[in-house]
Design a protein around this ligand. Structure first.
Ligand code: GGG
Length: 356
């Protein structure tokens, strides 16, 4: 039996609470399917920062390199600036392990109500592939005249032809693998961002020419935001820059019912390094400690992790059990109109998984 070594970083806020449920479900799946999962917890995040002055130890990335996957909760604390928390933990992991394809499905599941009128289960079924290591998140820039009235902040986006091609190729391959609408949409703002995003557009045209079986369209991000709301059923695979992918997937989450339902995988497609799986939502300080955070996004992220690790049956079982709980509608957190706790939803998924 292969043992999968998983580094767990619960992080901040509700990340701690939802990962608890995710691990509970993963443990149940490991028992049910006879797979060996070894979890090692790392108490990194904002509390670690308050104690140590950094979000993770200096050799944190070297430590993570020895794992098969990373399972993360959320990052962000009201008493710390978000650029400190993100640049101290989440973004260095994505870059160091070249997790260049961030896969974020948006699916309207049975039993879940979309805020969009007339949309029913299955009408929305798309995956956004967010470029995850460069673009607007490249962390190139600096301050000058810090704290003076003349203060300057420079932020440079980085679009390399190689970086664009590889993530766009991932999107086309995924469209083929899904075999659904065979459609890839590219999202940029290359009318205004006339250098980097033009490199992206050219890469998209190049790669598209290698996939004559796939339909394509290119949208400016403002039009894409509009179309996610007015015609989401037409999207299949969407590929977007780091920042635009982040924004679009929040829209994708809310039109499919809740931020609490959206999972993600930060993938190194070449499998040289551990990939990282996390809910799309953040640390949600407004509901921390209330026991009402929706654990479904974290649980489905765990299912994505098992799929990536080659444990297809266990992954599908977690996915199916979770969807079953959603569709029955008895055990839902308040964001979905229910009255159940985070813990009760986790327990119900475990119970359903064991009954499958
Ligand atoms: N679970 C992921 C998380 O904590 N997200 C907070 C956030 O702001 N992330 C920024 C990003 O994904 O780029």
């Amino acid at each position: 039996m292969i043992e999968h070594k998983i580094a767990v970083i619960r992080g901040d806020g509700v990340g701690v609470e939802v990962v608890e449920q995710g691990i509970k479900v993963l443990r149940a799946a490991s028992k049910r399917f006879g797979i060996a999962l070894q979890f090692q917890e790392f108490p990194w995040g904002s509390d670690y920062y308050f104690a140590q002055g950094r979000m993770m130890p200096e050799d944190g990335l070297d430590t993570l390199a020895g794992f098969d996957a990373i399972y993360l909760g959320a990052v962000g604390h009201p008493d710390l600036q978000d650029h400190v928390t993100l640049n101290g933990l989440l973004l260095p992991i994505r870059r160091r392990f070249d997790q260049y394809a961030c896969e974020r499905p948006s699916v309207l599941y049975p039993g879940v109500t979309s805020p969009l009128r007339d949309k029913k289960a299955g009408d929305i079924d798309m995956v956004v592939i967010r470029e995850n290591t460069e673009g607007e998140y490249a962390n190139v820039g600096g301050f000058q005249y810090l704290d003076f009235p003349e203060e300057i902040g420079l932020q440079t986006s980085v679009f390399t032809r190689h970086g664009c091609r590889r993530v766009i190729t991932y999107a086309f391959e995924l469209a083929r693998k899904r075999g659904k609408k065979l459609n890839v949409t590219s999202v940029t703002k290359s009318n205004a961002q006339g250098y980097g995003m033009v490199v992206w557009d050219r890469a998209f045209e190049d790669v598209a020419s290698l996939y004559p079986d796939i339909h394509t369209q290119s949208l400016l991000v403002d039009a894409a935001c509009m179309d996610f709301v007015r015609r989401p059923e037409e999207f299949d695979v969407v590929v977007a820059s780091n920042l635009f992918g982040d924004i679009l997937t929040d829209i994708g989450a809310v039109i499919t019912g809740s931020m609490g339902l959206a999972p993600s995988g930060n993938i190194d497609p070449e499998r040289r390094f551990p990939s990282m799986f996390e809910p799309v939502h953040g640390s949600a300080p407004d509901i921390v400690g209330k026991g009402i955070a929706n654990p479904v996004a974290a649980i489905l992220s765990g299912a994505m992790m098992l799929r990536h690790l080659g444990e297809q049956s266990a992954s599908e079982a977690i996915h199916d059990a979770t969807l079953d709980v959603l569709s029955k509608g008895h055990t839902l957190t308040p964001d979905l109109g229910g009255m159940s706790s985070t813990n009760q939803v986790g327990d119900e998924v475990v119970k359903t998984l064991n009954d499958i």
